[in-house]
Ligand binder design. Structure first.
Ligand code: PLP
Length: 424
């Protein structure tokens, strides 16, 4: 019976597995006392409830505006929101060549745009270059589209992989390179401006019969709490012909308003809009009307300042607790933005989905994202399973401290190999 049913499904449906995010959420819901350091949720107490209330009150004073907000919008998105997005990005990235509003598409979160862009560029069997590790929800898109993922850890490895693909006669199948370039999900690290310049050059030099596009996912760019902003790949693409930049208003402002955007080379916009037209012919118009008023009224930038303070404190609490409670073998980078710490245990340790460490952590009512979920399957390397992604987004400071203490106890009770370079 089951095989009869599955015979009805498309190849794409059969390729598409349960995303780990559903499993992670189910797990958290089934254990109400669990301290979750897994979810990519944001800080609930600082969600902009009163700002949104004010905007809605104002909106309701104008019956015509209310009715318009409750009506369908258009496929590309609200004009004012697109205009504001364009101007902000041009200023931020000091773009010499002006963007046009036509190059901006508003999406149902940036997630939708990541998926649409991949679909308009890639056929099953095409190759996508991925940072290693990467955003695990994007790995679901890659799998669903039937793409071959080629992972690389840095620009040197990117050159090696491309040379190998060329030698194997696969160069023509390389279509897209995906980067989470700001305060990465999962590692918390960012790609420097120099790295971007170098990578854009490497990819351009490799092109043969068709463009290789860069898909820059800047979902966390606005969640910076230390240091300076870094310019995007757009700044290294003088004719704005190879970079597709996506970002979101969802993460930094309100996760319940799923509104993101993409900036794409002109040639890519019509196919993106056709696909989006088939899918939803427009992102929630009501949500866009709220956001349009949020950005126009200056609420957005003000909110960014407020949450920077919140996440600076939360990240600080996590750092301090890691130092206090984690075994000396554990290593991590200190993020300057975003929502994540990425902790590496000595290679050879297993803290993956099936590991004792993961099970014991659940028994201790604390939960993390096993790092192995952030690595694609690849013949180039074994999938590492000695890392964990820890989020300081939704947990309170007390929960962060207690969660890290519990995790630290589990790790200290486990036998960990030593990092090689730490010597005897
Ligand atoms: C790296 C990255 N990209 C994109 C998204 C999608 O965000 P949204 O669809 O809410 O804009 C997320 C959400 O967690 C993310 O972590």
């Amino acid at each position: 019976m089951d095989s009869l049913k599955s015979n009805a499904f498309s190849k794409k449906a059969l390729r598409t597995k349960d995303p780990p995010i559903s499993w992670l959420m189910k797990m958290a819901l089934a254990r109400p006392h669990l301290i979750s350091l897994a979810a990519g949720f944001t800080d609930s107490p600082s969600l902009p409830a009163s700002e949104v209330r004010e905007i809605l009150d104002d909106l309701w004073k104008e019956p015509r505006d209310v009715l318009a907000a409750l009506q369908y919008g258009n496929t590309a998105g609200d004009e004012i929101l697109r205009e504001w997005t364009r101007q902000r990005l041009e200023k931020r990235d000091h773009l010499n060549q002006a963007l046009s509003n036509e190059q901006i598409v508003i999406g149902n979160g940036s997630q939708q745009l990541l998926s649409l862009v991949t679909e308009i560029l890639c056929d099953p069997g095409d190759i996508i270059l991925l940072e290693d590790p990467t955003y695990f929800v994007f790995l679901g898109i890659v799998e669903s589209c039937g793409l071959e993922a080629v992972p690389f850890a840095d620009s040197r490895e990117l050159r090696d992989r491309l040379a190998r693909l060329k030698a194997e006669g696969k160069a023509g199948r390389v279509k897209l390179a995906y980067f989470v370039s700001y305060y990465r999900n999962p590692t918390g690290t960012s790609l420097s401006s120099n790295d971007k310049k170098e990578i854009a050059g490497i990819l351009k030099d490799f092109e043969q019969t068709h463009p290789i596009y860069i898909l820059e996912d800047a979902a966390y760019r606005d969640l910076r709490f230390h240091g300076q902003d870094i310019s995007s790949f757009l700044a290294h693409d003088p004719r704005l012909e190879r970079t597709i930049y996506t970002a979101t208003y969802t993460k930094p402002f309100a996760t319940g308003l799923k509104v993101g955007f993409a900036v794409a080379p002109e040639a890519l916009v019509p196919p993106i809009l056709r696909f989006k037209g088939n899918e939803d012919f427009g992102t929630s118009h009501f949500d866009q009307q709220i956001l349009q008023r949020v950005v126009r009224g200056g609420y957005y930038e003000k909110h960014l300042e407020q949450i920077a303070e919140v996440y600076r404190k939360k990240a600080g609490a996590m750092e301090q607790s890691l130092k206090q409670h984690f075994p000396k073998e554990a290593q991590w980078n200190t993020p300057s933005g975003g929502l994540y710490y990425w902790v590496s245990l000595p290679p050879g340790t297993d803290c993956g989905v099936e590991s004792d460490i993961f099970k014991k952590s659940l028994d201790a009512e604390v939960f993390y994202v096993p790092g192995e979920l952030c690595y694609c399957e690849s013949a180039y390397r074994k999938r590492p399973c000695h890392q964990m992604r820890l989020s300081f987004g939704s947990a309170s400071i007390e929960q962060i401290r207690e969660g890290i203490r519990r995790l630290g106890s589990v790790l200290k009770a486990s036998t960990l190999p030593r990092f090689q370079h730490q010597g005897g």
